[in-house]
Write a protein that binds this ligand. Structure first.
Ligand code: GLN
Length: 198
C-alpha cells in the first residue's frame, strides 16, 4: 500500500517538497486544514519563515490537531524553518513562536544568514556514496544537540542533518535540487515497527 505523506502548506517551499515526495512514489497531500491530516503516515514541515508559519498554525486551526498527531507518533521531517519548529529550544526566536519539541536540540535562527544570506555546498551524508548538494538560505544553526540524536551530516563542525528514529531535520533545503535521497530516507523510515504499531 502506498504511503501518504503530508506537506504543511501554509507558507514557504512546500511545492518542491511535494515534487520530491511524488518522485519517491508516495501519495502527497498539501496540508492546510485539520481534515488534511487524516490518515497521514508522515508530515513534512518546509522552509519559509518560522514566525509566520507559527502564526498561520494558530489561525488555520492546525496547531492542536498537529500536536495530537505528533503525540501519537506521526513521523516528521522539517527543513530550515521546519527544523526550527521541531527543536526543543530556539535561540534568537520570537518569544511566542511555536516549536513542537520533537528533537532535543537548540537551534539559532538565521545563524548562517548573518554572514552570507545564501550558499550552496556539497555535504558528505552518512550512508550516501556521493555527496549531497545542499542549499542553505538564511539557515538556522544547530548549536546544541543531545547524544541520542544521530548526526547524518555536518558543515564546519556543526550538525546540519539529524535524525531521531523517524524524525528528521535539516538546516538546508533538500527539496531545491533534483536529488531525492534525503526524502527517500524519510519515506523509508515510515515503515519502522514503532510507527506501524502506532
Ligand atoms: N530564517 C528563517 C526562519 O527563521 C528560516 C529560513 C528558511 O526556512 N529558509 O524561519
Amino acid at each position: 500500500m502506498s504511503r501518504r505523506v503530508g506537506v504543511l502548506a501554509l507558507q514557504g517551499a512546500f511545492a518542491s517538497h511535494r515534487d520530491a515526495l511524488d518522485a519517491c512514489g508516495v501519495d502527497t497531500i498539501l496540508v492546510r486544514h485539520p481534515d488534511d491530516l487524516l490518515g497521514l503516515d508522515g508530515l513534512v514541515i518546509p522552509g519559509g519563515e518560522s514566525t509566520t508559519i507559527s502564526n498561520l498554525l494558530v489561525s488555520s486551526g492546525l496547531l492542536d490537531p498537529i500536536r495530537a498527531e505528533i503525540d501519537s507518533g506521526l513521523p516528521v521531517f522539517g527543513t530550515c524553518a521546519g527544523m526550527i519548529l521541531m527543536a526543543s529550544k530556539i535561540v534568537d526566536g520570537r518569544d511566542d513562536q511555536i516549536h513542537f519539541d520533537l528533537l532535543p536540540m537548540s537551534v539559532r535562527r538565521n545563524a548562517y544568514g548573518r554572514q552570507v544570506d545564501s550558499f550552496e555546498t556539497d555535504l558528505d551524508v552518512a550512508g550516501f556514496d556521493v555527496p549531497f548538494h545542499a542549499v542553505f538560505i538564511r539557515a538556522p544553526m544547530i548549536v546544541e544537540v543531545d547524544d541520542q540524536v544521530e548526526v547524518l551530516a555536518t558543515y564546519g563542525e556543526r550538525p546540519v542533518l539529524v535524525r531521531l528514529n523517524n524524525r528528521f531535520a535539516s538546516s538546508f533545503h533538500p527539496e531545491l535540487t533534483d536529488d531525492i535521497r534525503i526524502h527517500r530516507l524519510f519515506v523509508e523510515s515510515l515503515s519502522v515497527p514503532e510507527h506501524v504499531t502506532r
